[in-house]
Design a binder for this molecule. Structure first.
Ligand SMILES: Cc1cc2nc3c(=O)[nH]c(=O)nc-3n(C[C@H](O)[C@H](O)[C@H](O)COP(=O)(O)O)c2cc1C
Length: 348
């Protein structure tokens, strides 16, 4: 069965329900060795290694955060050709997230709007999931966020506790201060708040590195920062010797991002973060600006709206060392990873 047929069937049902179903199937497949082996051979692409943050990524294409929030399916996802998988966002305590419905497809624009609000079973659950035999050949990131009920002034406590739990389990950690669906979270990107937060986290990074291993700390930014706000954030990231930046999260912008015939679709007016094709120009511009301003001092993982092989290449040409996809996977299916990798190797 082709993916376009599978997608037709999946798209007849509720988006969040279908997400859970596919995630469960992928997770199950990863736990059945013969099926995992078959998947690995189907989605195999020759390695295109990238050395970054002291890690070897087998190829530049990763799975963005939010797909496997509770780390229940990472062993199956690892069979689909990704060079890295970022699980999470994980919060310290379990929480329900926002009321449903909170995930919306906009197929005419290959886009999605979500206002999930970090639903999840919490850090202990995710850590238990990650504490399982690890297939080789991919890099594992864990994306960390604060609980909804944690005020921003106490956010550092959540992130510090999460670093303790996940440093021994992850190859890198990503600090999420850019989700639009947790009220106030993005204010942690402002100069002073970000500095207060990161200065504590890098001390923790050093302490934990002598106990376990050096675990790179990345920060994920929003595409909605103004130029001065981005400058501030980059100054703080550089001053605190953050290892890298993930650009970008979803956008709260809508204006001018859709063709007229789609712009009036009521789904476009749903609140939350927009991902997929309409986000690409914003994310690409953000990556270009970051590379211009911080050069090679701050490696970038480019993410946001990559919907075809040419866009994957554009993101890398803009200076991103790695890329991630999420919404493209919903519209193109798992073979999208291999398709990108084959196209990148042809263009070299
Ligand atoms: C349903 C959904 C849930 C997401 N959840 C998270 C999350 O928990 N943490 C996070 O950092 N990003 C999350 N994201 C953002 C993605 O990681 C990514 O940055 C964004 O979707 C842009 O990439 P894309 O256009 O390829 O999807 C989520 C995206 C979607 C569509």
């Amino acid at each position: 069965m082709t993916y376009s047929l599978i997608r037709k069937i999946l798209f007849k049902f509720d988006p969040e329900g279908m997400h859970h179903l596919t995630l469960q199937l992928i997770g199950l497949a990863g736990n059945i060795p013969p099926i995992a082996t078959i998947l690995r051979s189907i989605y195999y692409a020759p390695p295109q290694p990238v050395q970054l943050f002291g890690l070897t990524f087998p190829n530049p294409v990763g799975l963005a955060a939010g797909y496997d929030k509770d780390a229940t399916a990472w062993r199956g996802l690892a069979c689909l050709g990704f060079g890295h998988i970022e699980v999470g966002t994980v919060t310290l305590l379990p929480q329900p997230g926002n009321p449903k419905p909170r995930l919306f497809r906009i197929p005419q624009a290959q886009a999605v709007i979500n206002r999930m609000g970090f639903p999840g079973q919490g850090a202990q659950f995710a850590a238990h999931q990650l504490n399982r035999p690890r297939p080789s050949g991919f890099v594992l990131g864990v994306n960390l966020g604060k609980n909804k009920n944690t005020p921003n002034e106490e956010a550092a406590r959540d992130y510090l506790a999460l670093m303790e739990i996940f440093t021994p389990l992850a190859d890198y950690l990503a600090i999420n201060v850019s989700s639009p669906n947790t009220i106030g979270l993005r204010q942690l990107q402002a100069r002073q708040a970000l500095d207060e937060l990161l200065s504590q986290l890098v001390v923790k990074r050093a302490m934990l590195s002598s106990k376990y291993k050096y675990t790179p700390l990345l920060v994920k930014l929003a595409p909605d920062l103004t130029d001065p706000e981005l400058d501030d954030a980059l100054d703080v990231l550089l001053a605190n010797q953050i290892d890298g930046v993930i650009a970008t999260n979803t956008t709260i912008q809508r204006d001018g991002l859709f063709p007229v015939e789609v712009a009036n679709d009521p789904t476009v007016k749903e609140s939350g973060g927009l991902s997929g094709a309409p986000l690409f120009p914003l994310s690409l511009r953000m990556v270009q600006k970051i590379v211009q301003r911080s050069g090679s001092q701050l490696p970038v993982i480019g993410v946001g709206g990559i919907s075809n092989c040419d866009q994957a290449k554009q993101m890398l040409d803009a200076g991103a060392q790695l890329i991630q996809i999420y919404t493209g996977l919903i519209y193109k299916g798992p073979s999208f990873v291999k398709e990108i990798l084959q196209s990148l190797s042809r263009s070299h």
